[in-house]
Write a protein of this length. Structure first.
Length: 361
């Protein structure tokens, strides 16, 4: 138990919400049912939102419903099964924003009966099939048309979880299961990894609601910890590992576009996931967001302006994968950095470079 977990919290002094996400509907439904104590029947989770409801709207709706339940005298825990394409991070952060505003209002009315009640997300549970992880991140088997979206969704759900329930373990050799768990632990070092058999106990034994849990998860993904120079990770000592690339100079957009085509498993090893921030010489005002999942890569805006105090000086990216040829990765990306002559020419020249990447909103 971490220091910020209130040890005096009880089932009668808190109302939490456990959110269950996962690509595979059958596995997600099974785990939700087991957590609810209903393994043979439909889950009692309420229906929230619809196909048009965005993650932020859903987070607000869940927070408001949690508040209504508390006002009606309910205590303990509510389990909600999310859709296959759910973005638990956006949902969780929106929930905490709404609930923080409520706590601020409660502080001004100390006589309220609910003033001592703790309300918030209790767990973020991701249900993931080992088969999906192998196909989407290890790039095994036949790819499907929607794999790019599915792999990004899967990684988002794995990285933003307090508990990860792995299904289909009996369909794979023990070594494959172990290797899959090792990658997941690299992507989310703080999550507990378990099996559906433990779901009933997970629903029965409730951990205390942790303050700002969603915000903590949003800052402890494996890639973020790897890019933090103050965080120490011992070498993995096996084929699965993480490599961090750093380059202080801006990247030439055309050379970067060419280099991306060479980051293939046969050349650089298997890159299952990479994430970080990068600088394009042709876009000096903003910092780019680098994100790859499986065979798909997305380069977009990070939301950071170059003048932001949190903005990196250059490019910093964490690569997670198997049998990574780190020297080859470094050489390919370092060749994209501006040369001495290009650097001396300055931004007025850089803005004239041909830039094949889509615009950033």
């Amino acid at each position: 138990m971490t220091p910020d977990q209130p040890t005096s919290q009880t089932a009668t002094s808190s109302l939490g919400m456990t959110l269950v996400s996962g690509l595979e509907t059958s596995g997600r439904q099974l785990v939700t049912a087991l957590m609810c104590g209903e393994p043979g029947g439909p889950t009692p989770a309420s229906a929230y939102g619809d196909e048009q409801t965005g993650a932020l709207e859903l987070g607000v709706e869940l927070a408001e419903d949690l508040q209504r339940q508390a006002s009606d005298g309910r205590r303990g825990n509510t389990i909600v099964e999310l859709s296959a394409d759910a973005d638990p991070q956006s949902i969780g952060l929106a929930m905490e924003h709404v609930l923080a505003e409520r706590r601020g209002a409660m502080a001004s009315t100390p006589g309220d009966d609910e003033a001592g009640l703790v309300i918030g997300p209790r767990e973020f549970v991701t249900v993931a099939s080992i088969s999906d992880v192998r196909r989407l991140l290890f790039q095994e088997g036949t790819s499907l048309p929607d794999d790019a979206d599915a792999s990004a969704t899967l990684v988002g759900q794995l990285e933003f979880a307090t508990v990860i329930v792995l299904t289909a373990a009996d369909a794979h050799p023990a070594g494959v299961v172990s290797e899959t768990c090792a990658l997941i632990q690299q992507l989310n070092p703080t999550a507990a990894i378990t099996t559906p058999a433990a779901a009933t106990e997970l629903g029965r034994r409730l951990r205390p609601i942790r303050p700002r849990l969603a915000h903590q998860l949003a800052s402890t993904a494996g890639w973020m910890l790897r890019l933090d120079e103050h965080t120490h990770f011992p070498p993995a000592g096996g084929p699965l590992d993480c490599h961090v690339f750093n380059e202080p100079r801006p990247l030439h957009p055309e050379r970067l576009a060419t280099a991306l085509g060479g980051l293939t498993p046969d050349r650089v090893g298997l890159i299952a996931r990479s994430r970080g921030l990068f600088r394009l010489a042709s876009r000096t005002d903003h910092v780019g967001d680098w994100s790859s999942t499986g065979s798909s890569i997305q380069l977009g805006a990070s939301g950071l302006a170059s003048s932001d105090p949190d903005a990196p000086i250059g490019t910093t990216i964490a690569f997670f994968g198997k049998n990574l040829r780190t020297d080859t990765i470094d050489a390919a990306l370092r060749d994209c950095a501006l040369t001495d002559d290009e650097l001396i020419a300055g931004p007025a020249s850089w803005h004239g470079y041909a830039d094949p990447f889509p615009g950033w909103e």
